[in-house]
Structure formats: structure tokens, C-alpha cells
Design a protein around this ligand. Structure first.
Ligand code: ADP
Ligand code: MG
Length: 640
């Protein structure tokens, strides 16, 4: 009886109104819950539901733990104290949420007598709300925490907040802004957090929130009939790497290998597709295939690209704003592309081309720079039409300077993949041979969710072969080798953008080193033989399943490799690159000093990456004093 009474009492507690001017619908038992997960355990849970009374399709319900009236009272008082007492953190790197949590704990301890008595769980609930409202996004906090959400939009007063969910696409939430002033205040706060300004005088805002989310907003009814609106496009703190995109099927290893070759040769390409189709993410992922020595300038409206290279200048446009008498001129992409030319970059990368900056970008291509960009368009024809008409005004003869184009799209999948029935796929890749002459190099097959590629017919690869003085077969073999290498990287579990870039770099430096040694054979006719002998002596490798890091180094297959222009080799020398490298590696492990017992072949040499090495060859008949092994004839090297 007592228990039941208590239960009734609990249940009949008046509801706390956490968020003035915002309605958060409660979940009903009759709803069918399709999926459920926590975004912050145990305080914020998400339920995706279906219910006839809610209308067609899925609905997104945020379910946060509720405060009791006593907890709510304490929450209000802590927020009051913190609003007055909060000092800037001493540690500049601390996350705002973490800092506020610590400070809330401090206040709770300091005023523990007057703040009331709660269990540990009760306190944590209170602190959750303190963080949610002081440094989080208040009623939208749970949405911001949900990694499945790509964007959040408020289309006006009294209409539910919509989200774009990775799995369920565009669906309404149980959250609705119902009060004009509250909505306006919310937007003004978001604007201030982005260090921008929104008002009736300047009712349109395009800004970036501190966590790099993109914010677009309109103010009051100036330009939007249903009152203030906003859209937050969430930034992925951890961007997709090329390995991620391969894993989720957006592209495959062969296509990535193709763009790796293309990027190495400073060819230009553009990525086209609809809004949110994944253009920027794909471009950013492909940037990890850039050569580390390239000089890159990125030009964007909001900084989204992060090429993992050191020599990188990042330029961002600026809106004009006016306060009182001072005014500043806006600086747009056109201005920035122009100035970027002065930086003499290997690549100019324009986040999204829309206007006359396209003209300048093509001028840059005409003067020998590489150029990459994305463009919002649904077909290549459309792209070319827009490029060649005002305001872009690119001359038709300039069109083939953009060597290649990729079309990315959100598509329905023939079969679910990782629980998703749709995905983003590179639909088509073209090479632009001339104005009106576009050759398909790859397409996505919607029946099998795989790619068909025809890189054997690529005129760009032929061009690359011709410029490098090698054959198309050699380039295609290199394509194969890189495809394999990328497969190994993704099999090894590496996925982080920077780590991938390091692996790409490893491929180059390893090969360059091998090239140097082959190009400067210590004893021209013997080098290959030495390598052969040592190769035969090598212990058998363990079967390659998932290999350890160092084994991921590129192991060029027998056969020709694509050479940088200045380094032409004959096929017979190249055959033995790995052997020589291993021979050198083995001997140098022994760490013999070049001295009286050895014959010094070449005192020092500088590798392309600047390292100095010393090389020597053991005379015939030399025996390793430690192991008794015959090492006569072997070549050793040592870094100096
Ligand atoms: N290949 C992909 N697979 C799944 N989600 C993706 C993919 N590429 C991008 N996304 C997600 O889609 C949203 C929009 O991506 P973005 O690259 O900004 O598109 P766009 O530049 O075409 O507008 C982001 O939330 C991003 O995380
Ligand atoms: Mg984009």
C-alpha cells in the first residue's frame, strides 16, 4: 500500500518546464519503437518511433531524464551562481562542457548546505542540465550529441524541428519552438557563439559555430514568413578518410589509386553532386593522396577542408558587416582565388565554385597550376553549361583543362550495408578530353553495388605515361600496385586521415630510396645479382593476413614501376628493387663500421629526403665474426 502510494505520488508530480517556449512531446506507450540508443548515458536517449497518430514515416524522439522540482530548483541556483562566478578556465585546452561540469561540482560543494541533499545520480542529472544549458544547445543538446544526425533545421515557429538522420533520412523530431522571442533569442545566441551578428537589419546569417558546425539562419519575418529559421549542418570532428569511404562503399581502391596517380601528376578534377551528397567529404578524403611536398592553397567560404600536408595556406572569405560608421568590405572567393595565384601553389583547391571565381580558377589551370573544386550540380552537362555561361564565363577551349570530373550521389542500395539501405556513391567518373568529349572511366553499378572501371582506356594515364617516358602498361601496373597498397592499408585497420597520409608518404619514400640505390648501383652489373642472392637467402615470409605496421610498406611487385620523369630505369634493374632494399636492410642491421676489413664503395650519399647514408661492400670471403655467416659481397649502408 505504502509503495503504491509513493509510486502514485511520484507519477503525479507536476512536470518541470525546462525549456520555456519550446514543446518537447512525450513518448506514448502506443508508439512502436523501431530503434533506441543513448547519446549520453543515462541522461539522454533517442527513440525512433512509428505511430499512426503521428502520421506517415518515422519520428525522432529525444527522451531526457527529468528533474524533480527539488533538483530543478538546485539546477536553477547553480546556473545562477555560475553565471556570476564563472571565470575563464586556466587550461585553455579544456573543453567548455568539461570545464562547466567541474565548476558546477565546485559550486555544489561550496554551497552544499543550502543547495539540498541529493544522491550521486541526482547530482549528475543536475550537472547534465547545467552543461546542456550553459555550454550546450539547450533543448537541441541531445540532437547535437547524436552522431547519426547530419543536420538540424528549424523551418519556423510551431513546426517541428527536422533532422537528417544517417539511417532514417529526413524525419521530424518531438521538439517544436513555439515562442517567437525564445526562437529569436536562441538564434541570436547561436550567432554570438559564432562571433557573428543577426538582426532585423541583417536578417541573413552564414556562420560557423565554435565546434565547426555550419550555421545558416534568417531573423524574424524579414525574409522568412514563418518567423526565424535556422539550419545547423554538423561538422564531423573526425572527417571521413579515403579508407572510410572505401569501407562504406562510396568509392573503391582502384578508383582511389587512379586519383592518387592523377594527383601526383598535378592533374585537375572536380566533384559534382547535390547538396549534402558528400562532395566536400570526398574531396577532403582524396587530399590525403596528395604528395607531401606539394604546396596547397585552399579557398573556401567556411573552412571545411583539411589537407594533411604541411605546406598549406588556408584562405576563407569574409562577409561584410557594418557597425555605426565603420564598414568593412566583403572578400569573396573571386578575390581569394586571384590572390592564391600569387602563392604559386601546386594546387588551388576551391571548396565550392559558384560564380566568377570559376573563371579565375580556369585561368590558374591555364597557367599550369593544379586545380580541384566541388560544384553543386546534378549532371556533367549542367556543369559545363554553367561553366561556359555568365557569371562563370569559362571559355570552351579551357574546359579540358579540368581533366576529370566525378559525380557523387545519394543512392538507394540493392542490399543493406552496415544497416543502411541507402548510401553515397561515386556514380560516374569522366575524363574531359575536350569540350563535348567526355569519356566514362568508371560507373557505379546499382544492381551489384560495385564499380565498373575502364582505366585501361584512360587518355590521362596515357598522357602521364608519355610524359614520364614510360609505357601505358607500366602505368597500369603502377595503378594495380597502388590499388593493392590501398587495400592493405584498409585491411590493416588504419583509418585516420593523418595516418593514411603517412602511409601514402611511406609508399613514396620507400620507393624513392629504392630508386636511388638502383639508379646509382654500387657495382652496376653486380647489384642485381647481389640482390638476387640475398633474396633467396631471406627467410620465408609469414602468410600475409593482417600485417603489422612496418610490413605495410609497399612491396613493389616484379615489373616496371612508374618513374618520375627524371628517373628513367630499365626494366631489368627495376625488377630487383625490393631485393636490393632488403639486402641493404639486412646488412645494415649488422651495423658494421666501414673499416679495414671492408671495401668502401661509396663514402656518403644523400637520399632524396635529405638523409645522409654511408655505403660499403664486404670483400669476398668476409665472415660475420658474431654469427659466422658469410657476408662477402653484400652491400651495407648506414645512416650518418
Ligand atoms: N560517403 C559518405 N557516406 C556517408 N555519409 C557521408 C558521406 N560523405 C558525406 N557524408 C555526410 O553527409 C553530410 C554532407 O556531406 P558534405 O561532404 O558536406 O556534402 P556536400 O559538400 O556535398 O554538401 C555530412 O554530414 C557528412 O558527414
Ligand atoms: Mg560541401
Amino acid at each position: 500500500m505504502g509503495i503504491l502510494n509513493r509510486f502514485r505520488k511520484e507519477n503525479s508530480k507536476p512536470d518541470i518546464k525546462m525549456d520555456e517556449g519550446v514543446v518537447i512531446e512525450k513518448l506514448k506507450h502506443s508508439y512502436q519503437v523501431v530503434e533506441e540508443y543513448h547519446v549520453q548515458k543515462p541522461h539522454a536517449r533517442i527513440k525512433i518511433v512509428k505511430a499512426p497518430e503521428l502520421g506517415e514515416g518515422y519520428h525522432y524522439f529525444v527522451d531526457e531524464t527529468q528533474l524533480t522540482p527539488e533538483e530543478y530548483d538546485t539546477f536553477r541556483r547553480i546556473v545562477g551562481v555560475l553565471s556570476k562566478e564563472l571565470e575563464p578556465p586556466e587550461d585553455p585546452d579544456i573543453k567548455p562542457g568539461e570545464y562547466v561540469f567541474q565548476q558546477a561540482e565546485r559550486v555544489a560543494e561550496k554551497y552544499h548546505r543550502s543547495l539540498g541533499k541529493f544522491t550521486g545520480a541526482g547530482w549528475r542529472k543536475i550537472f547534465y542540465y547545467v552543461v546542456r544549458d550553459l555550454t550546450g544547445y539547450g533543448p537541441l543538446h541531445a540532437l547535437m550529441l547524436d552522431p547519426n544526425i547530419e543536420d538540424i533545421s528549424c523551418n519556423g515557429l510551431n513546426t517541428p524541428i527536422y533532422i537528417w538522420h544517417r539511417k532514417f533520412e529526413s524525419i521530424p523530431t518531438n521538439i517544436t519552438f513555439t515562442d517567437e522571442h525564445v526562437t529569436n533569442d536562441f538564434i541570436v545566441k547561436l550567432a554570438h557563439r559564432s562571433a557573428k551578428h543577426i538582426s532585423s537589419a541583417q536578417p541573413i546569417l552564414d556562420a560557423m559555430l565554435p565546434e565547426k558546425h555550419r550555421l545558416a539562419a534568417t531573423f524574424m519575418k524579414e525574409v522568412s514568413t514563418k518567423g526565424s529559421t535556422f539550419c545547423i549542418r554538423k561538422f564531423r570532428a573526425d572527417p571521413f578518410s579515403i579508407v572510410d569511404l572505401i569501407r562504406i562503399g562510396t568509392i573503391n581502391e582502384r578508383i582511389a589509386a587512379y586519383f592518387w596517380l592523377i594527383l601526383e601528376r598535378k592533374k585537375s578534377f572536380m566533384i559534382i553532386g547535390g547538396t549534402g551528397s558528400g562532395k566536400t567529404s570526398l574531396l577532403n578524403a582524396l587530399l590525403s593522396l596528395l604528395s607531401q611536398n606539394d604546396k596547397i592553397v585552399t579557398v573556401e567560404e567556411t573552412p571545411e577542408l583539411s589537407p594533411p600536408v604541411a605546406n598549406w595556406t588556408q584562405l576563407n572569405s569574409r562577409q561584410s558587416f557594418q557597425f555605426g560608421s565603420t564598414s568593412t568590405r566583403s572578400i569573396d572567393l573571386f578575390d581569394l582565388v586571384k590572390v592564391s595565384l600569387r602563392y604559386r601553389p601546386d594546387y588551388i583547391i576551391v571548396g565550392e565554385i559558384r560564380g566568377e571565381e570559376a573563371y579565375t580558377l580556369f585561368q590558374a589551370l591555364a597557367t599550369g597550376h593544379g586545380g580541384l573544386c566541388t560544384m553543386h550540380a546534378d549532371s556533367l552537362d549542367n556543369v559545363i553549361k554553367r561553366l561556359t555561361s555568365p557569371p562563370m564565363n569559362v571559355s570552351k577551349v579551357y574546359i579540358p583543362l579540368m581533366n576529370s570530373a566525378l559525380h557523387i550521389q545519394r543512392v538507394e542500395l540493392p542490399e543493406e550495408r552496415e544497416g543502411l539501405s541507402f548510401g553515397r556513391r561515386v556514380r560516374t567518373i569522366w575524363e574531359i578530353e575536350d569540350f563535348g568529349l567526355y569519356l566514362e572511366m568508371a560507373t557505379w553499378n546499382p544492381a551489384s553495388d560495385s564499380f565498373d572501371t575502364w582505366f585501361e582506356d584512360s587518355f590521362l594515364l596515357k598522357q602521364i605515361a608519355a610524359n614520364a617516358g614510360t609505357t601505358m602498361e607500366a602505368v597500369l601496373r603502377e595503378l594495380d600496385a597502388r590499388e593493392r597498397y590501398l587495400r592493405e592499408i584498409s585491411m590493416s585497420g588504419i583509418r585516420d586521415q593523418r595516418e593514411v597520409a603517412e602511409k601514402i608518404l611511406a609508399y613514396y619514400s620507400r620507393r624513392r630510396e629504392a630508386m636511388y640505390e638502383v639508379k646509382h648501383p654500387l657495382i652496376p652489373s653486380e647489384a642485381a645479382n647481389v640482390a638476387k642472392v640475398v633474396e633467396n637467402d631471406l627467410p620465408e615470409e609469414e602468410p600475409a593476413v593482417v600485417r603489422a605496421e612496418e610490413e605495410l610498406e609497399p612491396q613493389p611487385e616484379e615489373g616496371e614501376e612508374l618513374q618520375p620523369e627524371e628517373e628513367q630505369l630499365t626494366p631489368s634493374e627495376e625488377d630487383h628493387v625490393p631485393g636490393i632494399d632488403e639486402a641493404l636492410g639486412i646488412a645494415s642491421e649488422k651495423d658494421h663500421e666501414p673499416g679495414s676489413e671492408v671495401e668502401l664503395v661509396e663514402s656518403t650519399a644523400t637520399l632524396k629526403d635529405g638523409r645522409q647514408i654511408r655505403m660499403w661492400r664486404y670483400p669476398a670471403g668476409t665472415v660475420d665474426p658474431e654469427t659466422g655467416e658469410k657476408i662477402g659481397g653484400r652491400i651495407a649502408r648506414r645512416e650518418t
